[in-house]
Design a protein around this ligand. Structure first.
Ligand code: MLT
Length: 411
């Protein structure tokens, strides 16, 4: 009989969001008339903007004609899309990249998981706590973690607690690590890493020969100055960092699928015999073998995000979501609930009322207010006693949810 990958059995429970769906389905089956407001998974609710939709349609129409039909595209994405991203998203930040350093993909969830293919299992990995669960679980799946202890920490991973005491900004690991995941604006806490803090991380990584995996999926939601949109705004980062970006939340592509990963040519790792080797070459090789690229119409749609018209329309939607974030943050704060994030990110991280556990609050909120959120403990042990609300909902429903929470728990 074929052996399974036993590492999967070390995963603690179902993936967080399917578990939430399961509980919500159970509730709606038992209460078919309840109108549930979903502020759980960070899934967008606004449709694609007109300029993007037009380009998407044109891409599909191109596929209908022999002269403009596209078969397999480059596994790394079309160079025209990479060039647009470089010109529109990186040049204004003072970051120069080559198209050979930008890899278009079907999203940053996949990329931040698949990237583990190009790192040896012996690398010591540090992740935040709480954290986007994908970083933790994929390291368990590949066999880097060992077993979890009773708190939920895996013995083979290094955790960097992000708590109210440290303003949700992790301290440097206390032991030598080779790979560090950072996410700013942060999912789940909605907080950000300032330029000074990110510079300290880059300096640390360079000094310690570590690679930073920088998840910038929410950079388009930054509203304040002095918050870096890209790690490459920091001197030296090209020698120590890989960056992930996504069209999912920025432009409503959660169901369309497009993202990108930047692997600078300067970024080197070591072979088993100690010679330097390019991570860019490895990722290129990995994508060439395991990925067949993003569909042509999707890449056409993604390019339209950066047209003048497309960006203005996309920005309007981002502003709409960020106004939701403000409504949640201000409403709950006024009701005496301690809130974090929501200024440069579409997530509000709140302390659960009455000292409830995260899942107790989830159940109460669902059963008594018909509102769905995400339990903080699902993002890691330090998330216990916290809760995440997403700002991606419809404004009327978001406002209604805030009112219900205020009525129930407001002081
Ligand atoms: C979230 O809710 O954390 C995100 O939607 C998950 C994701 O982007 O995969």
């Amino acid at each position: 009989m074929a052996r399974i990958n036993d590492n999967y059995l070390k995963l603690q429970a179902g993936y967080l969001f399917p578990e939430i769906s399961r509980r919500v389905t159970e509730f709606t089956t038992a209460n078919p008339d309840a109108k549930v407001i979903r502020l759980g998974i960070g899934d967008v609710t606004k449709p694609l903007v007109p300029a993007v939709l037009k380009a998407f349609h044109e891409g599909v129409d191109d596929m209908a004609k022999g002269e403009s039909f596209h078969g397999y595209g480059p596994e790394q994405g079309y160079a025209w899309l990479s060039q647009i991203i470089i010109d529109k998203a990186y040049k204004p930040l003072g970051v120069a990249l080559k198209t050979s350093e930008v890899f278009i993909s079907d999203g940053s969830k996949c990329d931040s998981s698949n990237i583990l293919d190009i790192f040896d299992l012996s690398n010591k990995v540090a992740i935040g706590d709480p954290v986007y669960p994908v970083y933790n679980d994929t390291n368990v799946m590949v066999g880097r973690s060992g077993e979890a202890n009773d708190k939920g920490y895996y013995e083979g991973l290094v955790y960097m607690p992000c708590t109210e005491e440290n303003n949700f900004s992790p301290a440097f690991p206390t032991e030598k690590v080779d790979v560090i995941y950072l996410c700013s604006p942060n999912n789940p806490t909605g907080t950000v890493t300032s330029k000074e803090q990110l510079k300290a991380w880059v300096d640390y990584a360079l000094e310690n020969d570590a690679v930073i995996l920088f998840d910038a999926a929410y950079e388009a939601f930054i509203t304040e100055e002095n918050v870096p949109h890209s790690i490459y705004e920091i001197e030296g980062a090209k020698r120590c960092a890989i960056e992930f970006r996504s069209f999912s939340k920025t432009a409503g592509f959660t169901g369309v699928r497009c993202g990108l990963t930047v692997v600078p040519e300067e970024l080197m790792g070591a072979t088993a015999t100690g010679e330097k080797y390019s991570f860019n070459k490895l990722w290129n090789r990995r994508q060439g073998t395991k990925f067949n690229g993003v569909s042509y119409p999707v890449q056409k749609a993604a390019a339209a995000v950066y047209s003048d018209e497309g960006w203005a329309q996309v920005k309007e939607v981002i502003d709409y979501y960020m106004d939701n974030a403000r409504i949640i943050r201000e409403g709950l704060t006024a009701a005496g609930i301690k809130c974090f994030g929501g200024v440069n990110a579409p997530y509000i991280w709140l302390r659960t009322p009455e000292g409830m556990t995260s899942w107790d609050f989830f159940d109460k909120l669902l059963n008594e207010c018909h509102v769905v959120g995400t339990p903080g403990s699902g993002f890691g042990p330090s998330g216990e006693g916290y809760f995440r609300l997403s700002a991606f909902g419809d404004k009327e429903k978001v406002t209604e949810a805030v009112e219900k929470i205020k009525q129930k728990w407001g002081k």
